[in-house]
Design a protein around this ligand. Structure first.
Ligand SMILES: CNc1ncnc2c1ncn2[C@@H]1O[C@H](COP(=O)(O)O)[C@@H](O)[C@H]1O
Length: 407
């Protein structure tokens, strides 16, 4: 171990980055679905998934010339995942996740996967939908969007109590990671109508206000509202008064921004001063300056950005090469802009919370310990209350010390 408490050569950088406690603030529930789960759900529901996007082959077998060194397989990705491909994929998922049991399963598995990568604090987001109670039910039997949110919250609560139970019986587990704490962000899909979005925001405000009357750090909470979905559809300004209303009710706001060049919309988003921004990629330089001056935290998602901006096309899917072409990350890192590092859609982009950090460290030759600090700092941009923030922060620092001692 070196003097400042960071690991020496006892563990590899990727193993060190796997062990450290993480904060995930940008993950879409239906983007987290495991490949096998999607296949199972499609099979059970008689849905057909397109071969182009859901090939059953393991990823590296799709490589034209797979790299020899196994360690580097995960740093390549040549599945077609342009922005359009992503939204084609999202259009196929509702036929598979069409009932509450599927929703329960994907919620449990998403938490399991983040916990396996030592995520200590997670803000999961999802667009509430009208689903069937059971996929065998008649199409007319759909439950409302509030039941969708309640089902996800219940799934989180169940997972957290199972974690608590496991941690109380397993001292090895307790010394290796923290039990995951998860809150929920209600997502608005911008391709939906204003009427649909209004309905969702009203449900979110109503549930949020009821939750305020019985505060608890043990139960998952609705903490914020997000605008996402296909950026070529609609505009933030269509929904702005709704976001204003949500903010007045006390919900935090995060907005997807700059996934395609769209100057006027970006001006309006920045003037609104969201609590966080998703991606913030293709802003004109004058607006990048506004972003940096206002210090609005950015939820950056490295693999997602490389794929949707198609930055690895010329390098046979080499993510490190792709990320080195990122329009703003190098500058944000250099200027110490507030960042959280997210997976976005781990099921779609074949990524996980560890891989995102390895990719960043490899691309920008970062010190892994400085990376760990940056990740821990990002709890400061979480939408949770101060008590919980401080509690998680303190626990993360404590377990980081233990990891440094044993590395
Ligand atoms: C690739 N970058 C992205 N940009 C914008 N929106 C995205 C996204 N990735 C995911 N979503 C949004 O999240 C939904 C899937 O999860 P939920 O059904 O809500 O759980 C997508 O349909 C889209 O609206």
């Amino acid at each position: 171990m070196s003097d400042h408490g960071c690991p020496g050569k006892a563990v590899s950088v990727s193993e060190y980055l796997r062990r450290i406690p993480k904060v995930e603030l940008h993950a879409h529930l239906n983007g987290c679905i495991r490949h096998e789960t999607l296949m199972d759900l499609a099979h059970e529901r008689g849905a057909t998934l397109s071969n182009r996007h859901f090939s059953a082959e393991p990823l590296h077998e799709n490589l034209a010339s797979p790299p020899n060194n196994g360690e580097h397989h995960s740093m390549y990705n040549i599945m077609p995942r342009s922005l359009q491909n992503c939204f084609d994929i999202f259009a196929e998922i509702p036929a598979c996740v069409n009932d509450l049991s599927a929703l329960r399963r994907i919620t449990q598995e998403a938490l399991e996967d983040f916990a396996a990568h030592h995520v200590a604090y997670l803000e999961l987001r999802s667009t509430p939908k009208r689903l069937l109670r059971s996929h065998q039910d008649d199409q007319s039997q759909k439950v409302d969007k509030q039941v969708y949110i309640e089902t996800v919250l219940e799934g989180i609560r169940d997972f957290q109590s199972k974690e608590k139970e496991r941690f109380s019986h397993d001292p090895v587990l307790s010394s290796s990671r923290l039990p995951i704490v998860c809150n929920f962000i209600v997502a608005i899909d911008r391709s939906q109508s204003l009427e649909e979005a209004t309905d969702t925001v009203h449900i979110a405000i109503d549930m949020f206000q009821r939750q305020q009357s019985r505060p608890s750090n043990l139960s998952p909470s609705i903490v914020g509202i997000d605008l996402g979905g296909n950026p070529t559809k609609n505009d933030f300004r269509t929904f702005q008064t709704l976001f204003q209303k949500a903010r007045q009710a006390g919900l935090k706001v995060t907005i997807h921004c700059g996934e395609i060049p769209s100057r006027d919309e970006a001006v309006a988003i920045l003037a609104f001063r969201p609590d966080r921004l998703g991606h913030a990629l293709l802003l004109p330089s004058s607006l990048q300056k506004v972003l940096e001056d206002t210090k609005i935290p950015v939820e950056t998602c490295p693999t997602s950005n490389v794929m949707t901006l198609e930055l690895a096309r010329s390098s046979n899917g080499n993510l490190v090469h792709g990320l080195s072409q990122h329009p703003c990350l190098a500058q944000w890192l250099q200027n110490n802009h507030p960042l959280s590092i997210g997976t976005d859609d781990p099921g779609v982009f074949h990524t996980n919370a560890t891989k995102e950090l390895v990719l960043l460290v490899n691309t920008f030759s970062l010190d892994p310990c400085a990376m760990a600090e940056k990740v821990a700092d990002s709890v400061n941009y979480a939408f949770c209350n101060e008590t919980l923030r401080q509690e998680i922060n303190a626990k993360m620092r404590e377990i980081m010390k233990e990891i440094h001692h044993s590395s």
